[in-house]
Design a protein around this ligand. Structure first.
Ligand SMILES: Nc1nc2c(ncn2[C@@H]2O[C@H](COP(=O)(O)OP(=O)(O)OP(=O)(O)O)[C@@H](O)[C@H]2O)c(=O)[nH]1
Ligand SMILES: [Mg+2]
Length: 379
């Protein structure tokens, strides 16, 4: 469920005949309350003399980020907020923020003051005046710097990721993982249907999905340390990054969630076998071991899918327990179908390997399709 917040009543942009914004700045934010005011103050200074608006897209942060946005929006018509409830994800937040805006040029930047707003003017001019499709704030061209990364380990991860990505990029780019850029809205909108929309790397997603090779300019900037709040980058975000690349390499042939669901299913088989083996060593009979193994595998599969495959629609509390119950029923039905189909194919074909694979494949597709629709309600 999404609920947009309208402009504050007192802002100059509300008056009839007020000039529309030339650029919409989209800021994904989660638990960034302390950064909202400094950010708007910094934008006001950096973009003096331009018509602009800023759209904070908040995923219902527990620290009340959206309340701070609302308070500011009441005083300044250039400030807007989009509140998303029951959703998470930087990339999808950016997509929805851009789609909720209407300026000809859109800019994207983090809400933790790590991106140097004084470079925004250059990024905007490159697109508005100099004919570039995308202008990227870059830490990896002469004059840029990655000093603000929290640790040597983060620098290593970032550099390695960039090297991998450069191998598959359609354009030469020093910093394809940047989250600081300006681009033509019409190009973004034409790209949206092909975007994976998962994880943290929206710019990379745009480059790998754009319907045409974009004209790109890189503008150096120094990545600052976080002003306040905490990083949201964790190991699950890294896995989502790998899944996004996988999705692009498969050219969208298989849905990204199906790949995740299938991988989780493979891990489930290993879990099942491990429990069976532990049971055997403890002297449990085969049938009991198999029951236990299946139960543990179902619970771990549900947990992994909830935390990874459907991270952006993660179930919590009572809904999670109901989801787990439903997941078990769906998987049990899938298992019955698996055995039935395998038997039918075996009796007509006599090839047990083929019969078994066909049964398993149909069970996975069934489990995925029904779980997606009924449990995590992906439309
Ligand atoms: N709406 C929304 N914003 C998010 C989400 N995750 C992160 N963000 C915002 O995206 C921006 C970048 O996230 P950070 O956690 O700072 O990631 P990072 O800059 O790559 O990592 P650090 O260098 O450790 O700060 C920040 O403004 C976050 O508040 C999310 O799930 N939803
Ligand atoms: Mg950050």
């Amino acid at each position: 469920m999404n609920a947009g917040l309208s402009r504050g009543p007192a802002g100059p942009a509300c008056e009839a005949g007020a000039t529309a914004a030339d650029v919409s700045i989209v800021v994904p934010c989660y638990n960034e309350r302390a950064n909202v005011r400094p950010m708007v103050a910094a934008l006001s200074q950096a973009l003096a003399g331009r018509e602009w608006e800023v759209i904070f897209v908040d995923d219902n942060s527990p620290d009340g980020t959206i309340d701070e946005v609302r308070a500011l929006a009441e005083q300044d018509g250039r400030v807007r907020g989009v509140l998303r409830v029951g959703r998470r994800g930087l990339s999808s937040a950016v997509i929805e923020g851009v789609l909720s805006s209407s300026a000809r040029i859109v800019a994207v930047m983090d809400g933790d003051m790590q991106h140097d707003e004084s470079c925004l003017g250059q990024l905007i001019d490159a697109v508005a005046r100099d004919g570039y499709d995308i202008a990227v704030g870059s830490r990896h061209v002469a004059g840029g710097d990655n000093a603000g990364l929290a640790s040597g380990w983060r620098t290593f991860l970032s550099d390695s990721g960039i090297r991998i990505v450069q191998m598959i990029l359609p354009v030469r780019l020093g910093d394809p993982m940047s989250g600081f850029f300006a681009m033509r809205r019409d190009l973004f909108e034409r790209t949206v249907p092909r975007l994976s929309g998962t994880g943290f790397k929206i710019l990379l997603d745009v480059f790998l999905s754009a319907p045409q090779r974009p004209r790109v300019l890189e503008v150096p900037f120094v990545f600052r340390p976080r002003a306040a709040g905490e990083s949201k980058l964790d190991v699950l975000v890294l896995l989502q990054f790998a899944a996004m690349l996988g999705d692009k390499l498969c050219r969208g042939f298989l849905p990204i969630r199906f790949i995740g669901f299938g991988l989780v299913g493979l891990i489930g088989i290993l879990v099942n076998l491990a429990v069976l083996e532990i049971g055997r060593r403890c002297g449990t009979d085969f049938a009991t071991g198999q029951w236990l193994g299946t139960l543990v595998a179902m619970v771990t599969n549900f947990w992994m899918n909830n935390a990874l495959t459907y991270r952006d629609r993660r179930l919590r509390g009572m809904r999670m327990w109901l989801g787990l119950g439903l997941f078990m029923v769906i998987c049990a039905a899938g298992a019955v179908a698996d055995v039935g189909i395998a038997r039918a194919i075996f009796s007509s074909d006599g090839q047990w390997g083929l019969a078994s694979m066909a049964g398993a494949a149909i069970a996975v597709v069934w489990n995925y399709a029904v779980s997606s629709t009924l449990i995590w309600r992906v439309r």
